[in-house]
Design a protein around this ligand. Structure first.
Ligand code: SF4
Length: 697
């Protein structure tokens, strides 16, 4: 840089991209980010590492098309408006819907990208002010089965491990996680442990992802049959007396039911259904069971299924049967996607059934506690609609108004064309974001918010570490922090919250959310990061969970048998759609691309949507590398560039889930109705398709 160190501002903060939770110093001058340097003393998770997004992904913040002033729509066109006018219009719009259709005629979408404090206030706004539990966030579309599956087996809807289990375990089982691309810094740690300390690593994935090169064994699986191969592993462990008898006896219930439930998952059956060769099943089962410690890692490949919750319960069963939960180097490790999906998307309660800290809205004691704190007589005791249900309810005309904070739902929802039509049909829509996203274009009012580098507050990482986020540069124009906007909206309904800063919001969170009881901004300033649960100011935090007991009524882990659950569409065996499309992340993109598509450096790597096709399949279809192909599902058609590669298996094609800024998007093809019955996540990971060359390219 052209500046001396004493001429620039240095801000220690937390990365706003993924939930690995890297911390670093941002160097800035006159509102521009000049560079990023990790400060190992303040970075418990990443040390000296960052990935390309955390290091270089800041140009979007001063992009010319940032929203700087509220917009209101008049005769179908946006015009700039004052904050007064825009907020009045949002308040009036929300009130009118409630007057006409009742309190549940509205729904709210909160954001896994914004801070814990902003999400806490969104749920407070929904419950105290609007008296509805119709609030959800995009956590629903990724790890909601993780939350549902882990809550019912081990207690907390979160990973059990700290950084030790990720960096120093003796064995990894990794599935449905393209770790090098989705969680790069974590992948480096895992590879180091495999290389330097000979940790075993078993990768089960439909694609031969980069992690496979470092694995003890890579097994290609058919997408959508995870309960089958996981139950096959459990069966082999139990049949050969490799289970941890003492752990099972003392710390779990349900073993006999699981033992009986896995009987049918013979090696032959597992091979036929899930494509796993018996010798690979045997080697993985034996190594995992005999290892001193093992960490079970997954991302959306395990969750985004019509039976995602069953997948997670199966994974928890495997970890419990082998006794690999509750020690420093063993445990359950869901890798979360967005920067704050654990905290803002889950812990803070912007979800239909939970107050902050996973306290149930259906529990009388919990409701009474929040009624008293919020000074209201009755909080709703009925669980609200999940985000996927909100869209279905809006389609039926039951929900007539929405308020969306920081989510580009038209690209993240399944069947995106239909999602856009649903937004258009609403009587009132307000969107709060940093750009006029494709979702915001459907709105009646658009409120300009702050980007992660302009924000103060906290995020919570995948390993439950709560960490401070600090404003490194000023926001453009009149854009405001998310929490300020929500507070000013609440005022228009007669609620004076009076928070002066995010630290004061955290004080209220401390009072009402036991697992965050002792996590104050003051402590974070000196201690750097604190993993929850942290019950009070004297508690040090909990890096790994369940060392003595599980978070259940009887303190034991609860195992449940799971059955064969295949993907809904692939099981239709329809000749018109002979291939299965699966989706996932690529390194240089972040979700719907709102930020990364504005990064020239990052963009140059990913300009066009592509589809990976196995060479044999490509030959059968008459498709060659670089050609444009049409991909068609029961919901629609898109075009993409063919990448002919061994990475993907015979009848599976892979399409990135991101919107690349031009061309088509994979979610045109996915289905909005095949939902997991418990978590309501759509089946993004397996969609029946056919592929044909278009003659271009
Ligand atoms: Fe940011 Fe995740 Fe990259 Fe770390 S690994 S720098 S948290 S995007």
């Amino acid at each position: 840089s052209d500046y001396r160190l004493n001429e620039v501002d240095v801000t220690d903060t937390t990365c706003g991209y993924c939930a690995v939770g890297c911390r670093f110093d941002i160097y800035s001058k006159d509102g521009e980010v000049l560079g990023v340097r990790p400060n190992p003393e303040k970075a418990p998770i990443n040390g000296i590492s960052t990935c390309v997004k955390g290091k270089f992904g800041y140009k979007y913040a001063d992009s010319e098309d940032r929203l700087t002033q509220p917009l209101v729509k008049e005769d179908g066109e946006f015009r700039e408006a004052s904050w007064e006018e825009a907020l009045d219009r949002v308040a009036d719009g929300l009130k009118e819907i409630q007057d006409e259709y009742g309190r549940n005629g509205l729904s709210l979408v909160s954001s896994s990208k914004t801070t814990n404090e902003a999400n806490y206030l969104m749920q407070k706004f929904a419950r105290q002010v609007l008296r509805t539990n119709n609030i959800d966030n995009c956590n629903r579309l990724c790890h909601s089965p993780t939350v549902a599956g882990l809550s019912q087996t081990v207690g907390f809807g979160a990973g059990s491990v700290g950084t030790d289990a990720l960096e120093n375990t003796d064995c990894y089982l990794i599935t449905g996680s393209n770790t090098t691309e989705a969680h790069p810094v974590l992948a480096t740690r895992i590879k180091q442990n495999v290389k330097d300390d000979d940790a075993d690593m078993f990768v089960f994935d439909p694609r031969k992802i980069q992690m496979a090169q470092f694995a003890t064994q890579y097994t290609r699986i058919k997408p959508g049959y995870d309960t089958v191969w996981i139950n096959g592993l459990i069966r082999h462990v139990i049949e050969n007396d490799l289970h941890d008898e003492e752990f099972v006896e003392e710390r779990t219930v349900g073993f006999e039911e699981v033992k009986e439930g896995v009987e049918k998952f013979t090696p032959e059956y597992v091979e036929e259904k899930a494509g796993v060769p018996p010798e690979e099943l045997k080697r993985a089962a034996e190594t995992i069971a005999e290892a001193d410690s093992c960490t079970f890692c997954w991302t959306l490949g395990l969750t985004e299924h019509s039976h995602g919750t069953e997948n997670i319960v199966s994974m928890a069963n495997l970890a419990l049967v082998t006794g690999h939960v509750g020690t420093e180097k063993s445990g359950l490790a869901p890798f979360r996607g967005q920067n704050n999906v654990q905290g803002g998307g889950g812990d803070m309660g912007p979800i239909p059934g939970n107050f902050p800290g996973y306290q149930k809205v259906t529990n009388d004691d919990a409701r009474e506690k929040f009624e008293e704190a919020y000074g209201v007589d009755h909080l709703p005791d009925d669980e609200g609609y999940t985000i996927t249900e909100q869209f279905l309810a809006a389609d039926r005309g039951e929900i007539r108004g929405m308020f969306i904070q920081g989510e580009n739902v038209v690209y993240s929802e399944p069947n995106v064309s239909h999602a856009g039509e649903i937004l258009d049909d609403l009587e009132f829509l307000a969107v709060q974001d940093i750009f006029l996203t494709d979702s915001a274009k459907h709105a009646d009012v658009v409120l300009p918010a702050n980007a992660p580098v302009e924000t103060n507050g906290t995020y919570t990482s995948s390993t439950r570490h709560v960490q401070l986020v600090k404003r490194a540069i000023d926001p453009p124009g009149n854009a405001k922090p998310d929490w300020v906007i929500t507070q000013e909206l609440a005022e228009r309904f007669g609620y004076e919250w009076g928070f002066r800063n995010p630290s004061e919001i955290m004080d209220e969170i401390n009072d009402l959310t036991p697992i965050y009881g002792g996590i104050t901004h003051e402590r974070l300033e000196t201690e750097g990061s604190i993993p929850w649960p942290c019950w009070d100011e004297d508690h040090p935090g909990t890096p790994h969970l369940y060392t003595e007991e599980f978070n259940t009524d009887d303190g034991k882990a609860h195992m449940f048998p799971t059955d064969v659950s295949g993907p809904v569409e692939a099981d239709m065996e329809d000749e018109a759609f002979p291939l299965a499309m699966t989706t996932g992340r690529v390194l240089y993109q972040y979700h719907t691309g709102t930020m990364t598509n504005r990064e020239p450096g990052i963009r140059s790597y990913t300009d066009e949507l592509f589809v990976e096709i196995n060479p044999d399949t490509a030959a059968d279809l008459g498709v060659s590398d670089g050609q444009v192909v049409e991909i068609t599902s029961r919901k629609g058609s898109i075009t993409a560039l063919a990448q002919v590669t061994e990475r993907t298996g015979g009848d599976v094609v892979f399409v990135p889930m991101h919107y690349f800024g031009r061309g088509d998007v994979a979610n045109e093809l996915t289905d909005e109705e095949h939902l997991d019955p418990q978590a309501h996540v759509p089946e993004y990971k397996v969609t029946d398709v056919r592929v044909a060359p278009t003659g271009e390219g």
